[in-house]
Design a protein around this ligand. Structure first.
Ligand code: ADP
Length: 391
């Protein structure tokens, strides 16, 4: 079975083609993408031509499904056929994810036209948070706001789900790993009595970042809220901010709402703090040249990550594993060391040599005596989308 995973940006189309064997094992056959896309129809044609040239997919008939990592939809989540209902749900929350929802709605329409008969599937990034307790998902807003959709949805669901499953495997909890695999089919399965809870905090640190608390493979809460603008400081997006800041700058700096929104999404986050770049590599180089704003950007990211890790400890009643994933989490030992510093009383002790040695690959970085395992698990969101599409 050949499953194509399409990642749609406002001006880009990236794809990965997986082949699944009968046992569910997956091989990545091809990956590629196009930037500065103005015509999705053409980009899809180019993608299919590339797959044909690679000999993997001779025609659309060799494609058994296309999966989309959709962000969020109004009154819809989970893993569902990418049909008119999905397009309406994406349109309904266009205002919350303006950079993501319109391209997905357009892209799904164009894939449907170009590949009639090929099943299309949307896996929402919010799907992993369907079982978050209501108290952790609600904002203290008037009921009418809540009914309009103002609540915590959470994002990076495919990434944190992958971490939940892989961490369970690495910790020898196959029961929990199987529970994660089947989560979107039947909801959280009952666990055998008497097994201790598996308590994980997953730190997805990348161009955008979030921290999720996971008990027995199921999310109990996450740092992102109504939109992907919330939680940790992002590359150029603000993250958590007191809501009073918006009316304050509108009045005192005389900024119209559209300009405030632009600055919060394009000129804030690591870029706004550092004044250097939205990429941590550039910020680290600047910090090494003793640029205090660059160092502050790193310090703020570390502080926010630690704070969000701590946010889940009471509800989890402790921790078995702390996991780092995504571009920053996988490749920055010094940042991991800063995040894990001084946590020995909570049972977390990093092994400096292991930490330095694990770059862009899976590995344990905690010291031999550390009660809590500290793990690096490379992000594999596309595989999650492909597996759910196959199912
Ligand atoms: P996105 O969230 O856009 O998918 P990534 O997960 O790739 O992005 O994360 C991008 C961030 O990860 C950047 O800040 C970059 O500095 C960092 N990063 C990615 N790859 C590396 C690397 N090999 N070494 C150091 N930092 C990296």
């Amino acid at each position: 079975m050949n499953i194509l995973v399409a990642n749609l940006g406002s001006t880009s189309l990236k794809f990965r083609l997986f082949r699944f064997d009968d046992a569910g094992g997956a091989v990545l056959l091809a990956k590629g993408g196009y930037e500065r896309v103005t015509d999705y129809g053409r980009a899809i044609d180019d993608c299919l031509a590339e797959l044909r040239a690679g000999g993997h997919v001779r025609s659309a008939a060799d494609l058994h499904g296309v999966g989309f990592k959709a962000v969020l939809g109004r009154n819809l989540t989970g893993c569902v056929p990418a049909d008119d209902r999905v397009i309406a749900a994406l349109d309904g929350f266009r205002e919350i994810a303006p950079a993501h929802n319109p391209p997905y709605a357009t892209g799904i329409r164009r894939f449907r036209e170009k590949l009639p008969g090929v099943p299309l599937v949307a896996l929402f990034e919010t799907a992993f948070y369907q079982w978050v307790p209501e108290a952790a998902a609600r904002y203290a807003v008037p009921e009418a706001w809540h009914e309009a959709g103002v609540r915590r949805y959470g994002f990076h669901g495919a990434s944190h789900k992958f971490v939940a499953e892989r961490a369970a495997e690495l910790l020898g909890r196959d029961d929990v790993a199987e529970r994660v695999r089947r989560l979107y089919q039947a909801g959280p399965a009952p666990l055998p009595a008497g097994r201790p809870a598996l308590r994980v905090v997953s730190c997805h640190l990348g161009g955008s970042s979030s921290v999720t608390g996971i008990r027995d493979g199921v999310a109990i809460g996450t740092s992102m809220g109504l939109s992907p603008q919330s939680g940790l400081p992002q590359n150029n997006r603000v993250g958590d901010l007191d809501s009073a800041a918006v009316p304050f700058v509108m009045k005192t700096l005389n900024l119209p709402l559209a300009e405030v929104e632009r600055q919060m999404t394009k000129e804030s986050g690591l870029l706004g703090l550092s004044g250097v770049s939205n990429d941590l590599r550039d910020i680290r180089s600047a910090a090494l040249q003793v640029n205090p704003r660059a160092q502050l950007a790193i310090d703020v990211l570390v502080h926010a990550t630690r704070r969000w890790i701590g946010a889940f400890l009471p509800d989890l009643n402790g921790l078995d594993a702390l996991v780092f994933t995504a571009g920053i989490g996988e490749n920055n030992p010094d940042l991991r060391a800063a995040i894990c510093g001084g946590l020995d009383q909570l049972g977390l002790v990093l092994d400096p040599a292991r930490n330095e040695a694990v770059l862009g690959r899976e590995g344990e970085i905690s010291a031999a005596g550390s009660r809590v395992k500290i793990l690096v698990i490379p992000a594999n969101e596309e595989l999650v989308v492909a597996r759910e599409t196959l199912r």
